[in-house]
Design a protein around this ligand. Structure first.
Ligand SMILES: NC(=O)c1ccc[n+]([C@@H]2O[C@H](COP(=O)([O-])OP(=O)(O)OC[C@H]3O[C@@H](n4cnc5c(N)ncnc54)[C@H](OP(=O)(O)O)[C@@H]3O)[C@@H](O)[C@H]2O)c1
Length: 257
């Protein structure tokens, strides 16, 4: 993909950059000439992705821990300057009928997907407003726009992420900062493979049947590729998207709108 000229020389944070969608976003941003700090809890995964580009730098951090995120900001911004772009991508999903969901599972899912997203962007807000520029992108989900059975905490958390995005877009609108969410349907990553495995274990269906059933939620009858999500993020980070703020952009083959 050709880099929009004005995007080069910036510094981005991508949480969950050690795998799946986050890795694809990190590689696309790095390919556009942006220095990218990636974080996650597993050092080895971060090192693998950092090994794929001279512009990608891994720092282990837990998005649910405010102190850990503050330390990441301090280290990364001291090394490569303030974050111009923050992509809150880290997430997790479980699957249980709502009446069997424990409060611990509920809380953990909200902690990672919703509170983690807040703790990822919060330290960037003051600096972006002062510099009158910045791009914040949340990787939400179609689960932030519609309901799915057996994933109540995830659906609630992702709806919360879309709400957080809208609140921040309203708050930053006059400051040159844009805040948007990208909402993919099922994307071919480890998270999808875990969902397929859970269906196999819980229903006795074959992996092929489980895959087909999940792919059929997309009107195009296929899974989204991580690079498709990354392309939308790159566009949102460019000058051409300066008027796009407060939007939840569905990348789902028309599953939601
Ligand atoms: N795959 C899909 O079908 C799909 C669809 C819609 C939306 N999404 C969203 O896309 C995002 C990326 O998911 P993915 O599909 O790429 O799955 P993935 O490969 O499982 O990636 C999740 C990433 O989040 C990181 N992470 C999880 N908990 C964390 C924590 N507490 N602190 C820091 N990092 C943490 C993980 O790294 P560590 O384990 O090393 O911490 C991992 O790199 C998620 O927000 C997900 O909800 C995915």
């Amino acid at each position: 993909m050709t880099a929009p000229a004005a995007i080069t020389g910036k510094h981005a944070l991508v949480t969950g950059g050690g795998s799946g969608v986050g890795r694809a976003i990190a590689l696309v941003l790095a390919g556009a000439g942006i220095d990218v700090t990636i974080c996650g809890r597993r050092d080895a995964e971060l090192a693998k992705v950092a090994g794929e580009s001279d512009r990608i730098f891994g720092i282990a951090a837990d998005v649910t821990d405010e102190v850990s995120m503050a330390s990441l900001y301090q280290t990364a911004e001291a090394a490569r300057g303030p974050f111009d772009i923050v992509v809150a991508n880290a997430g997790m999903a479980g699957s249980t009928p709502a009446h069997k969901t424990t409060v611990a599972d509920w809380q953990r899912t909200l902690d990672v997907n919703l509170t983690g997203a807040f703790l990822t962007v919060k330290p960037a807000l003051t600096g972006m407003a002062a510099r009158k520029s910045g791009r914040i992108v949340f990787i939400a989900s179609t689960a932030g726009l519609k309901g799915y059975a057996y994933v109540a905490p995830y659906v609630a958390a992702k709806h919360g992420v879309v709400g957080l995005m809208r609140a921040l877009a309203a708050e930053t609108a006059k400051s040159g900062v844009t805040v948007n969410a990208v909402c993919p349907g099922f994307v071919e990553t480890d998270m999808l493979e875990e969902s397929i495995q859970r269906i196999v274990e819980k229903t006795g269906r074959s992996a092929g049947e489980a895959r087909a059933s999940l792919a059929s939620t997309n009107p195009q009858g296929r899974f989204i590729q991580p690079q498709e999500v990354a392309a939308a993020v790159l566009w949102l980070c460019g000058d051409a998207a300066a008027s796009i703020t407060g939007q939840a952009i569905s990348i789902s083959g028309g599953e939601t709108w």
